[in-house]
Design a protein around this ligand. Structure first.
Ligand code: NDP
Length: 301
């Protein structure tokens, strides 16, 4: 069997186009432009890349993008003051604080100081509680993107056995909640799980969110299962040669060994081009939702 490739890049482009249409309609009919504020503290290179690409796509769908780049040694009080200002700014409908934060800042305190209605990352404790109890919330972007791809591929997920590998607050746990909400039988695996291969072999749906390059081999995957690979890992790729400075070139791989898994899975997301693009598309969709709710307008579908 050769797995069908779930093309996250193409699906994300479709989602962004739908968001752009709805933004245009909001502007025309209501004179409102959704606004997303992104706060970056410090100069972590990966975070800088993410923030740049979020800003670019925000503008591309017709929204306003507000970037706040703060020094690495910004005090907690100054960061909280900025968030307070954004919470009270009616032009800002979504606020995202890029993680990880420098060590001297309390991540939980900072995230929980964001107005939950503007918390487009869905990490505020109120949104976590709302999601856990099946109420209307802001849903974290990466798991939301995974769920959208699964629904698009399968239609109903009801009754399927799903295994989520990883129990982080930003991916694993909300992913499990969403799958449960869609009536899957959900197992959450983590670093202490006994006999992970056996757990994964039972799954109709495998979501890998670990951060270990290619740790899930194809032989763990049940024939015909759907594999969603959240991992983004950079590894040396000596076959690509060296950079100008003599260092070895690199490439991105997921948490799943793609070549072997795609001979057993029914469908699989590639890395890159799978979950990554869907994450940003969902951030824009969440910002549109937050803007519609703030203005008492019907929510976008
Ligand atoms: P975390 O490091 O926060 O969590 C990793 C999880 O994997 C933990 O729950 C850990 O278990 C578990 N784990 C570690 N080793 C093993 C093992 N040997 N067997 C089973 N489970 C294990 O990572 P994140 O959730 O933040 O991210 C996971 C991956 O997803 C990373 O590669 C990250 O780059 C990527 N990512 C991609 C995004 C995208 O847009 N595509 C967005 C966010 C993340 P324990 O709790 O026991 O330590």
């Amino acid at each position: 069997m050769v797995a069908q490739v779930i093309d996250g890049k193409a699906f994300a482009a479709k989602v962004r186009a739908q968001v752009a249409d709805q933004v245009a309609k909001l502007k025309e009919e209501n004179g409102i432009t959704p606004g997303l504020a992104v706060v970056l503290v410090g100069e972590d290179p990966a975070s800088q890349v993410y923030v740049r690409s979020k800003g670019k796509m925000t503008v591309e769908v017709g929204m306003n993008s507000y970037e706040h780049k703060l020094d690495v040694d910004t005090s907690e009080a100054d960061l909280l003051a900025l968030i307070d200002k954004l919470n009270n700014d009616p032009a800002v409908h979504g606020i995202l604080v890029q993680l990880p934060l420098p060590k001297h800042l309390d991540e939980d305190l900072v995230i929980n100081s964001i107005d939950p209605a503007k918390d487009v990352d869905g990490f505020h404790i109120s949104n976590v509680g709302l999601l856990g109890t099946g109420q209307k919330s802001m849903v974290p972007c990466t798991p939301l993107g995974c769920l959208m791809m699964l629904r698009e591929h399968h239609g109903s997920l009801s009754g399927m056995d799903a295994v989520v590998i990883g129990r982080s607050n930003i991916v694993g746990k909300p992913m499990a909640q969403l799958l449960l909400g869609d009536s899957c039988t959900v197992t959450i695996a983590h670093s202490r799980t006994k006999d992970l291969p056996d757990v994964v072999r039972r799954a109709d749906i495998v979501v890998a969110a670990v951060g270990r390059p290619e740790m899930v081999p194809g032989e763990w995957i049940k024939e015909g299962a759907t594999v969603i690979d959240v991992g983004i890992n950079r590894i040396d790729a000596p076959e690509k040669g060296t950079n100008e400075d003599g260092s070895v070139k690199t490439r991105l791989v997921g948490d799943v060994h793609y070549a072997s898994a795609s001979t057993r899975a029914g469908a699989i997301t590639p890395v890159p081009g799978g979950v990554g693009p869907m994450t940003i598309a969902c951030l824009l969709a969440n910002t549109l939702t937050a803007c519609s709710r703030a203005n008492d307008l019907p929510e976008p579908e």
